[in-house]
Design a protein around this ligand. Sequence first.
Ligand SMILES: Cc1ncc(COP(=O)(O)O)c(C=O)c1O
Length: 459
Amino acid sequence: MTALETRPSDAFANDRAHVFHSWSAQGALNPLVVAGAQGSWFWDEAGNRFLDFSSQLVNVNIGHQHPKLVAAIQEQAGKLCTIAPFHANEARSEAARLITEAANLTADAGWDGKGLDMVFFTNGGAEATENAIRMARLHTGRHKILNTYRSYHGATAGAITLTGDPRRWASEPGAPGIVKFWGPYPYRSAFHSTNEVEETERALAHLADVLMVEGASNVAGIILETVVGTNGILVPTPGYLEGVRALCDQHGIMLILDEVMAGFARCGEWFAFQAFGVRPDLVCFAKGSNSGYLPIGGVVIGRHVADSFRDKAYPGGLTYSGHPLACASVVASINIFKEEGIVEHSRMLGADVIGPALADLQAKHPSVGEVRGLGTFWAIELVRNRETREPLVPYNAAGADAKPMGDLAAACKAKGVWPFTHFNRLHVVPPCNTPVDEVRHGLAVIDEALAVADAYVTA
Ligand SMILES: Cc1ncc(COP(=O)(O)O)c(C=O)c1O
């Protein structure tokens, strides 16, 4: 029997017997056996259909099985499946050209030759952040990297040390030279701010203090998620990223923006930093660049950083760096984004559909403490008490403590919407090209399901 002939029951049984799953205790898993997917929907072998309000792991920005993307991969497979990274190749060259073109869209005349001109390809996001911090260290000749709590940067050794959430704990002590600080989060301010202006000022003053006591001249890079993803869709407060850029300029520090989740239309821009008018030195990308149809990621490198490796070798590489099949899928995906206006569609969904609908949910449901986001990148933060802002479930809750969120997710799934939940939040992150009526349908299901969360409200 070939793999494709296995019966559904075999797929499940073989998974349970032989597939070791990410981030999970292996004993109690009950994975859905997915039979197929199209557009913003996927379905199981019994024919149960789910509207994908998670874009899987917030990566299927173009939706499932886009016919032109599938065709481009098939065409490339017929031409050249693989070639070593030291050769040049049409798909890789074009992918790099298109990515840098998108990254430089908002560059102005004052960009100072720091154009984001080069791409180092990886197989995913973690390798992108690993290589970005390596580049910053080698370019500056310094060692320390600063980054925020409430962040995720991947699960390899350096990337998990960067990660500012509980997924890091089991891998500690991690790589040396990585220091954490607090970023802006007005709803749960680390600085007891009462408004966004204060939050920006205090967060920047805090970062300046951290630089002082760590010794700014030791710091190679500051790496931030432009808009924090899994840890809460934390949109930077006005002026914050500009302020971080100014501190970096003052001290000769590389600003690395991790756009693995926030990039490629998710925030209604090609790159999220374009919504905030900042110029990073290095940008990490992965997920939305080809919607995960094949594994790929990378670092977009400012010319000034790339020039450090003009005469001396860059000490890093991967067998599959710039894999032709994956690169062909990036080329096709970017071209489809342009043809179908997917960046603009995502921006419109945020401004005209999701944002207003979530504001209505906040007005209606006592469990909704705050809603925030942009494009197709939104969070509903759930609380038991709006006054105290006590979260619906504790930070990093598991088991019985996490039950309210588990019940909420189950209520969405029972009505055919697959949600993305994390801690006390439900994220609204459908594919960036989801039609308006399907987005409205998903939001209506969430509206009904929120009764589950409302039942826990104490005040
Ligand atoms: C912001 C960010 N950076 C890095 C990563 C790691 O990417 P990967 O899982 O492809 O290694 C992720 C994954 O979710 C992410 O959201």
